[in-house]
Design a protein around this ligand. Structure first.
Ligand SMILES: NC(=O)c1ccc[n+]([C@@H]2O[C@H](COP(=O)([O-])OP(=O)(O)OC[C@H]3O[C@@H](n4cnc5c(N)ncnc54)[C@H](O)[C@@H]3O)[C@@H](O)[C@H]2O)c1
Length: 292
């Protein structure tokens, strides 16, 4: 099956980035959002990202315009009926995802593939909400999607080899590398990195070191491009909290149990960059440890 039209559901942090990557690779992209304001915000974020690329000489002005012209926004799920592949990037909530998959299944042609960008939820549960479980899998991108080179292809126990092979070719067509993971909590990357990040937060909670020193240790002592707390602020504390809790509930592995400090910071609205404060303060840009 040749993929020409790609649907993206949700135009937030991940959906916007994935939509941009697909349009940059030449696909016609159809973005579905829940409200006009959120849709316009998502498209505006892509424009800003591409304009920065033009300023840095990485993208030409013509290419930027061509990429944006390939992205169509919609509030109507039926507009996705032209898509051969739809990637879901809505909130990390199983009931909402199952409801969406069931609706997409009814709207899309029988050959279309349904992918989820979930970080931690069971993909076979989403597949079971459709009449095409052999065509449902995970394509898990990383934040920021336009820059991160990897996508995890996540196989359920019901997906067909044909679907997995199409997904592999699709990921490569985006200029990215894939690894294949099983539909088990955390897949490969998050199973490795979440316990590390939670451990860094426990170190702050116990007063063992400052966020600055923990991040410096990871960057300069371990060669990580970002420290775990800088990364945590970028991703959002609420996102990691919910993802880790969901893995913990599924596996009972204490390595994934979020520290109490995290719960308190979420209650205080300190979610990271998106609320202007997390482990660092972003309201005064001079205090931000990283350039935006
Ligand atoms: N943020 C990350 O670093 C990251 C990384 C990898 C994977 N993920 C996963 O990607 C998914 C999206 O995460 P995000 O950070 O982009 O979330 P986000 O909150 O930034 O964006 C979600 C968007 O989905 C929209 N939405 C919700 N329900 C919808 C519906 N029924 N139809 C259309 N749009 C709808 C919301 O309006 C919102 O704009 C989640 O499953 C998350 O676990 C996130």
């Amino acid at each position: 099956m040749e993929i020409k039209n790609v649907g993206i559901v949700g135009c937030g942090t991940m959906g916007g980035g994935i939509a941009q990557v697909c349009a940059q690779a030449g696909y016609q992209v159809h973005v579905l959002e829940a409200s006009e304001t959120l849709l316009q915000n998502g498209i505006a974020n892509m424009k800003v990202f591409l304009e920065k690329g033009v300023q840095k000489g990485k993208v030409s002005a013509e290419e930027k315009d061509a990429v944006l012209s390939r992205i169509k926004g919609s509030l109507n799920i039926e507009d996705l009926s032209v898509c051969q592949l739809v990637i879901e990037a809505i909130v990390e909530d199983m009931e909402k995802k199952r409801e969406l998959f069931s609706k997409l299944d009814k709207v899309l042609p029988g050959h279309a593939i349904l992918a989820t960008n979930t970080s931690s939820l069971s993909i076979v549960d989403m597949a079971a909400a459709t009449a095409r479980p052999d065509k449902v899998l995970g394509i898990h991108f990383f934040n920021p999607a336009p820059l991160m080179k990897l996508a995890e292809i996540v196989e359920t126990i019901l997906v067909s080899n044909e679907t997995v092979n199409i997904a592999k070719e699709f990921v490569q067509s985006l200029g990215k590398t894939f690894i294949v993971a099983k539909d088990l909590p955390g897949f490969v990357v998050n199973y490795l990195q979440y316990p590390f990040r939670l451990h860094a937060i426990r170190m702050v909670e116990r007063g063992l070191a400052t966020p600055e020193d923990i991040d410096k240790a990871a960057r300069l002592g371990l060669g990580h491009p970002m420290g775990p707390l800088e990364l945590q602020d970028l991703v959002g504390l609420d996102i990691t909290y919910n993802a880790c809790l969901s893995i913990y509930k599924e596996t009972n592995d204490p390595a994934f149990l979020p520290p109490v400090l995290m719960k308190k910071m979420i209650a205080a609205g300190k979610l990271g960059r998106k609320t202007g404060a997390g482990f660092y303060n972003y309201k005064d840009s001079k205090q931000a440890p990283l350039k935006a």
